[in-house]
Design a protein around this ligand. Structure first.
Ligand code: PLP
Length: 428
């Protein structure tokens, strides 16, 4: 430990000057894959044929998207994968394919990215926020049941940071009340619950491949499911309402064009090849850091690992910062000092989702639809401030580290602990 040496923010020597592993990561395999698509002239999946789900095995000339969908789904213990433009679109498509819409309510945690809730509004249903668990920081099953009404149709847990939500409890509640479950697995590529992959633990899973995610093509998303009928519906919604085996210009339902390109799929196939090794590395480093912080530093509380979540993607390493243990340094002062010591970090969301102006003003569709009489019960999004105290508190105290920090060595983790301990000692 560095003892009482001056903080880097005050001109002292930083704990580390070496950068953490860069993100996104790529090598010649991605370069070759992109060039191959470019030169083929086949830049979208349809270039390979009219079917909505391309058939493999007939020739070597197969769409990158078809390969990727199959391989990603198999890796995630699912029979069907439907790749899409992004991880917001995939949530919308799943909800629509489950036949949800105006008048329906979907339970979702408020400590998440806006897409988890905006996707619900985009299909005309209403997000109902239920607080997170103070330890795992995921949707609290204990609180879900009290929020169920006769309008509730689905629960959408978010495996936040990559740690699986308590799916045993969520699925039991859903079964009892006959609700769908949709996993927002945007952070949970390769994560496991009792040995099974996230995205395979419910009716359908949704992943994102946006630039920061643990696998990326800049943008992209995929739906995973073991329900063939649901997969077929998702494909139809994604392909402008087309139906398999029917004429190209025959549209059966109100769909979108949310398709992915062959360039993205080609990159993602390579990224998938690295996923297992990278996930194991992030998991090992994340758990090591979590233990080391608990043992060596007071006032920094890492997200608690549920032991059933046996593999954690650590898309985000979450910690609570308690200012009292740091001589009442504000969280911003702490984060600035930590960054200056060579450990990049951020505070995450400023407030839970329901505090966004869009919810407080119900600035959704025309005249506040779908939050309008006739379609919904009276909902005041201000009220969730009282019912979600854990999310409120965590927004004030959270400090995030990103997944690329966990692609290095245990020594990198030791640096994180040393930097935090150094800041703490400077205020002792
Ligand atoms: C929890 C969560 N859900 C959904 C999304 C949406 O993914 P995308 O950015 O690919 O639309 C994100 C993206 O950051 C996310 O963090």
């Amino acid at each position: 430990m560095t003892g009482h040496s001056a903080l880097a923010i005050n001109g002292g020597k930083p704990v580390r000057t070496d950068p953490f592993p860069a993100w996104p990561c790529f090598d010649k395999r991605e370069e070759d894959a992109v060039l191959k698509v470019l030169r083929s002239g086949k830049w979208w999946q349809f270039a390979y044929g009219q079917g909505l789900e391309l058939i493999e095995g007939e020739s070597q000339d197969i769409s990158q998207t078809s390969w990727f969908q199959r391989d990603f789904a198999r890796y995630h213990d699912c029979e069907h994968g439907i790749a899409a433009a992004n991880g917001t679109a995939t949530l919308e498509i799943i909800l629509r394919a489950l036949n949800l819409g105006p008048g329906d309510e979907v339970i979702v945690p408020p400590y998440t990215f806006i897409a988890s809730a905006s996707s619900i509004l985009q299909i005309g249903a209403l997000p109902i926020f239920v607080d997170i668990d103070p330890l795992t920081l995921n949707l609290s099953p204990q609180r879900v049941e009290a929020a169920i009404t006769d309008r509730t149709r689905a629960i959408m847990p978010v495996h936040f940071g990559g740690q699986c939500t308590d799916m045993d409890a969520i699925n039991a509640i859903a079964k009892k009340h006959k609700l769908f479950v949709v996993e927002d697995a945007a952070h949970a590529h390769g994560s496991e619950w009792k040995g099974k992959k996230c995205g395979s633990l419910s009716d359908a899973g949704s992943f994102s491949f946006q630039n920061s995610k643990n696998m990326t093509a800049g943008e992209g998303g995929i739906i995973t499911t073991n329900n063939a009928g649901l997969a077929e519906m998702c494909r139809s919604y994604l392909w402008a309402g087309r139906e398999k085996g029917r004429p190209w210009y025959e549209h059966h339902r109100l769909g979108w064009n949310y398709r992915i390109t062959e360039f993205q799929s080609a990159i993602l196939r390579i990224q998938l090849e690295r996923l297992q090794e990278q996930t194991r590395l992030r998991d090992a480093n994340g758990r090591y850091l979590s233990r080391a912080l608990r043992e060596n530093v007071k006032g920094i509380i890492p997200q608690t690992n549920d032991e059933r979540a046996n593999l954690i993607s650590y898309h985000i390493f979450l910690m609570s910062y308690e200012a009292a243990a740091f001589g009442n340094m504000t969280r911003k002062e702490f984060m600035d000092a930590l960054t200056a010591e060579g450990i990049p970090c951020s505070g995450g969301y400023n407030h839970p989702l329901y505090r966004n102006p869009m919810f407080l003003n119900k600035d959704f569709w025309k005249d506040g639809f779908p939050c309008t009489p006739g379609y919904a019960r009276e909902i005041n999004y201000h009220d969730f401030i009282d019912t979600c105290p854990i999310s409120e508190k965590f927004c004030r105290e959270s400090v995030w580290l990103t997944q690329n920090l966990f692609l290095g060595t245990k020594t990198d983790m030791d640096d994180v602990v040393e930097a935090i301990a150094k800041i703490q000692q400077s205020r002792a």
